[in-house]
Design a protein around this ligand. Structure first.
Ligand code: RNT
Ligand code: ZN
Length: 421
């Protein structure tokens, strides 16, 4: 490893030229919670005691890389291993399908006690828990869930949503940290249906019923997530962007917010361009940080232009603290811990890089209509010596500078993952 301290001092001097306080930026970036999704560890299979745990609902995890977690103990061990190399405050994001019951408990019957082990684990680690109803990978979801025309089935899923909000309150009470719940339903159609509004009216009614039945629940925030399409449901998505945005804005309740998944829009549409409009009307947003590639919305997060642009926009809007940042990707073709560490480190990287920009200066230039200088400033920072700051920060946090973590994960793979047949 090179002289990290020396590199850091050089970078500090670079940023100081523009009045940027690197230590302060690190302090802020370090404290922004990132909600680490549990589902990268087992390709979204879940822990329900049932024969068929195949993933349905228009999402897919491809690849068959050996060593995926087969039970809760292995999953927690893998999460802990990944956490060793991810700097900054983390929460853990669970799906309802990660219940731990001795026998099969259906989605409309889950209770806090089925998540007790996760809660004990989180309390021991001092981290918060977030949650997701699992409105997919279930035989009752074949013709839609919360928008299903069959009232019995729709009731089943409404009950699931209600139970999830109660479990969210339990997480809040036990961890002392608010629980951010994300509601996503895959409901849609392979072809354009004749009745495109009926399912949406039912979805609206289902959300209304879930929130009405749990209006006394505290400590829970609810994101409503849209999607452009899912595999097998290419032509029509009930919970489209317009639907979800309409629902959230009309609900006008502090705890109901929009979830923006960075993989859920048309290819030339970007989340970074949506944030200011939503923040004109809402106080909070839930982000699902992911990476779309052609048909897939869930590649490992990259330190790419759009991820950086999102964090830059949040800093410029002064909304970094008001945005719930969660990761959402699942790649089964590589070591799953490498996937987690890479994607979540990249998320944190983008946050820190965004804080190392002369935002005030650029705002001043813009206010003075000096758009030429604004461009020059913006471009100058694309090649700033950010890696020197990042390496130093990671080493200070004992999370491994550069690729130090990779060897450690490879050792874990040889020692632990290789035995999982
Ligand atoms: C699917 C949504 C959703 C899921 C998780 C597992 O397209 O992004 O958030 O990825 O709930
Ligand atoms: Zn998502």
């Amino acid at each position: 490893m090179y002289d990290l301290k020396k590199g850091y001092e050089t970078a500090k001097a670079f940023y100081a030229q523009y009045g940027i306080d690197v230590d302060r930026a690190i302090e802020i970036a370090d404290k922004i919670p990132i909600s680490m999704h549990c589902w990268q560890g087992d390709d979204v299979a879940g822990l329900e005691k049932k024969e068929d745990s195949s993933l349905t609902g228009g999402i897919q995890s491809t690849g068959n890389y050996p060593g995926k977690a087969r039970n809760a103990e292995e999953l927690r061990a893998d999460i802990e291993e990944a956490m060793k190399y991810i700097p900054g405050v983390l929460k853990l994001n669970l799906h309802a399908s990660y219940q731990e019951a001795d026998t099969f408990v259906d989605r409309n019957e889950i209770e806090p006690k089925h998540f007790e082990k996760w809660v004990n684990w989180a309390v021991e680690k001092g981290i918060g828990l977030d949650f997701n109803p699992t409105y997919f990978s279930h035989p009752k979801g074949e013709n839609g869930t919360l928008s299903c025309a069959d009232e019995e089935i729709r009731k089943f899923w409404i009950e699931h949503g209600i139970r999830c909000r109660k479990i969210g309150q339990y997480f809040y009470e036990k961890t002392g940290k608010p629980c951010v719940i994300n509601h996503w339903t895959p409901d849609g159609d392979k072809e354009i249906p004749i009745d495109t509004i009926g399912p949406r009216k039912r979805l609206k009614d289902s959300y209304d019923q879930i929130f009405e039945a749990t209006k006394d629940v505290t400590g829970v925030i609810d994101g409503i997530e849209s999607k452009v399409f899912g595999i097998g449901l290419e032509s029509y998505t009930v919970g489209s962007h317009e639907f979800c945005m309409g629902y959230v804005m009309k609900a006008n309740q502090d705890h109901i917010i929009m979830t923006l998944d960075t993989g859920h829009y048309h290819p030339t549409e970007v989340v970074s361009a949506k944030l200011a409009s939503i923040y004109t009307f809402s106080d909070h947003v839930l982000l699902h940080v992911s990476r779309p590639v052609r048909w897939d919305s869930d590649h490992v997060v990259s330190f790419d232009d759009e991820t950086k642009a999102i964090m830059e926009e949040l800093v410029r809007l002064d909304k970094l603290q008001d945005t719930y940042i969660a990761t959402d990707f699942f790649d089964g073709s590589i070591n799953r811990i490498v996937a987690w560490v890479t994607g979540i480190r990249n998320t944190r990287k983008a946050i820190l890089a965004a804080l190392l920009q002369p935002v005030e200066k650029m705002k001043e230039l813009e206010a003075a209509n000096d758009v030429s200088a604004r461009l020059a400033y913006k471009e100058e920072f694309r090649a700033a010596p950010f890696a020197l700051v990042w390496d130093y920060y990671c080493s200070q946090q004992n999370k491994g500078a550069g690729l130090e973590w990779l060897d450690a994960v490879k050792k874990y793979e040889a020692k632990v993952l290789a035995d999982r047949k």
